[in-house]
Design a protein around this ligand. Structure first.
Ligand SMILES: NC(=O)c1ccc[n+]([C@@H]2O[C@H](COP(=O)([O-])OP(=O)(O)OC[C@H]3O[C@@H](n4cnc5c(N)ncnc54)[C@H](OP(=O)(O)O)[C@@H]3O)[C@@H](O)[C@H]2O)c1
Length: 304
């Protein structure tokens, strides 16, 4: 029997962790944010003491990249202090911590996929707060894995695929940034990778630890990803806009983003046997589910 504590269970990755088909004998517990606020030492201590946990998975985060530029304290509390408290608590309990981080710890000047050991140099507050969280996790509990991921989509909450489908339903044309390169990634596949890593750590006290990368395979730009989303929408006979390629400089945002943040996932495959599938296939499932959900809600409102 293994009881696993999941933080941020209402988030994109958290919800997919809860939906994942865990083996028999594993039970996931995802307290609400009101029950477990990872920035509050007393909250972390109470939840940690409430049960004999086998492991903690931490996908909870402050993920509003632009807002972070003006909410620095909040971003660092959730993305750095919270992970530090979890690292301390899991170290004291003698259990592993699996933490989620981001491609935005890199500055984007790379010209080949980033390796986990490459120098990090965040160019925004969100990336800096996540970088501090990585350090806190790795130094606070050596029995930890930090899994960096990127460009997450899921049927839940706000993400690029949902935004494109929403805007595409009403606009005739959309300008989408074509000079930022990365790998769109399904939250379902991130959850499966986190589950596999956690199970390795539970099964083997000598299992590898450290920083790893997981994204779906291949790379594109936000413009390429938008084109993929609208190709699926067109196949489902939805109205789609013309998608124009624009430059980052044409779409100013409060936070700067890395121009290139493709992650090399080879060490994850080598050490944990996890082989990411192509981004088109993985995100295609999410996009189709979103299209289906919007079709059924449109039908529901027509028949209501
Ligand atoms: N989204 C992306 O494109 C992306 C890209 C790269 C890496 N990542 C990383 O992937 C991980 C998961 O991201 P996601 O997209 O699933 O995030 P998300 O959908 O924004 O969910 C984050 C969750 O954390 C919870 N949370 C925030 N502050 C908390 C606190 N103090 N205590 C407890 N819970 C708290 C949120 O609660 P509420 O429900 O109350 O808001 C939410 O449920 C994060 O580490 C993120 O940095 C994400």
């Amino acid at each position: 029997m293994a009881d696993i504590l999941v933080t941020g269970g209402a988030g994109q990755v958290g919800l997919e962790l809860l939906a994942h088909a865990w083996p028999q004998g594993v039970t996931l517990h995802a307290p609400s944010r009101a029950e477990l606020d990872i920035t509050k030492p007393e909250s972390v201590a109470a939840v940690m003491a409430s049960r004999h946990w086998a492991a903690v998975i931490n996908p909870a985060a402050y993920t509003a990249v632009d807002k972070a530029e003006s909410e620095i304290g909040e971003a660092f509390a959730i993305n750095a202090l919270g992970p530090a408290l979890l690292a301390q608590a899991t170290k004291a309990a003698g259990i592993p911590l699996v933490h989620v981080s981001t491609d935005y710890v890199f500055d984007g000047s790379g010209t080949r996929p980033y390796l986990p050991g490459d120098a990090i140099a965040p160019i925004g507050v969100y990336g800096a707060s996540k970088a501090a969280g990585e350090l806190a996790v790795r130094s606070g509990n050596p029995r930890s894995v930090v899994l960096r991921t990127a460009w997450v989509v899921s049927p839940h909450r706000a993400n690029f695929a949902k935004t494109m489908l929403r805007l595409g339903a009403t606009r005739d044309s959309l300008g989408v940034v074509a000079d930022q390169h990365g790998s769109p990634t399904s939250a379902t596949d991130i959850a499966a990778a986190l589950a596999a890593i956690t199970q390795h750590l539970l099964a083997d006290a000598e299992a590898p630890t450290g920083i790893y990368h997981f994204t779906n395979a291949g790379q594109t730009t936000w413009h390429g990803f938008a084109a993929h989303i609208f190709a699926r929408a067109a196949a489902a006979r939805l109205k789609t806009p013309a998608v124009k390629a624009i430059a980052t400089s044409d779409y100013p945002t409060p936070a700067r983003r890395p121009a290139y943040s493709v992650l090399d996932t080879a060490s994850l495959t080598r050490d944990f046997g996890i082989a990411p599938r192509p981004w088109q296939e993985a995100t295609g499932e999410t996009i189709d589910a979103l299209i289906q959900a919007s079709n059924s809600s449109a039908e529901g409102s027509r028949s209501a």
